[in-house]
Design a protein around this ligand. Structure first.
Ligand code: URA
Length: 228
């Protein structure tokens, strides 16, 4: 679909719901906002008991680029926003290297509540949050989903090794996924920094290719996309 029509289509898909504000007035809520409310009230796993705030995710509802991290950390749990600590500052630097700002992209996590002591998420916790992230991807319909780190990659590339597949895009169920190392990993292991910077720099060209193929709307170009 031409890029000019795609965002209109997104709006149609997202739709709106009626809700009441604290004064009882009727307001329009997007389905994504409604999903955020469900996540903030979620008690599907034990992490609900220890959280200060759930961290649903944030960004434009029609973002072309979606990043999926692992889980909220200390600062995210306090603020309710994703990637606001050291890893977030590095992510913002990486974005600015390719001419993007965090307000241009959608940022979410595999799980929405902080695990105690920042331990790794358990399979049960990941499963409990799975429908929320699936729905976020469905509603935003990004052109590219960038998985950050092992847990985010594992969700879409089960059994893969991040050292083998980082920086290689792949279309799965109509969505283009692009696995990268987690920015926090590069902060702790400087040897990974070059990979993270290099993989990020490939994103503008990938987006250009996707846009060209969408705009030409020719079957042979669509086949090229399928090669990812
Ligand atoms: N902050 C997040 O929101 N997610 C991560 O994976 C790391 C830091």
């Amino acid at each position: 679909m031409p890029a000019s029509l795609r965002h209109l289509a997104n709006w149609a898909i997202i739709g709106t719901l009626l809700a009441q504000d604290p004064c009882g007035r009727q307001i329009l809520m997007s389905e994504l906002t409604e999903l955020y409310d469900q996540i903030r009230a979620c008690t599907r796993c034990v992490l609900a008991q220890g959280r200060t705030r759930a961290v649903p995710g944030e960004g434009p509802e029609t973002a072309d680029v979606m990043f999926i991290g692992e889980a909220p950390g200390f600062h995210e749990d306090k603020s309710g926003r994703p990637f606001v600590g050291a890893a977030g500052r590095f992510l913002e630097e990486l974005l600015s290297d390719i001419g993007l700002h965090r307000k241009d992209v959608y940022i979410a996590n595999v799980i929405k509540c902080r695990p105690p002591g920042n331990r790794s998420p358990t399979p049960t916790e990941i499963e409990a949050c799975r429908p929320y992230l699936d729905r976020q991807i469905e509603l935003v319909q990004p052109r590219i989903v960038i998985t950050l780190g092992r847990f985010s990659m594992e969700r879409h590339f089960p059994g893969a090794r991040i050292s083998s597949i980082h920086g290689i895009p792949k279309k799965i169920d109509g969505v283009l996924y692009y696995p990268m190392y987690h920015p926090a990993a590069a902060l702790h292991q400087p040897s990974l920094r070059q990979d993270v910077v290099g993989d990020m720099k490939k994103i503008p060209e990938l987006l250009r290719q996707i846009e060209q193929i969408e705009e030409s709307n020719r079957p042979e170009d669509a086949e090229q996309l399928a090669l990812f």
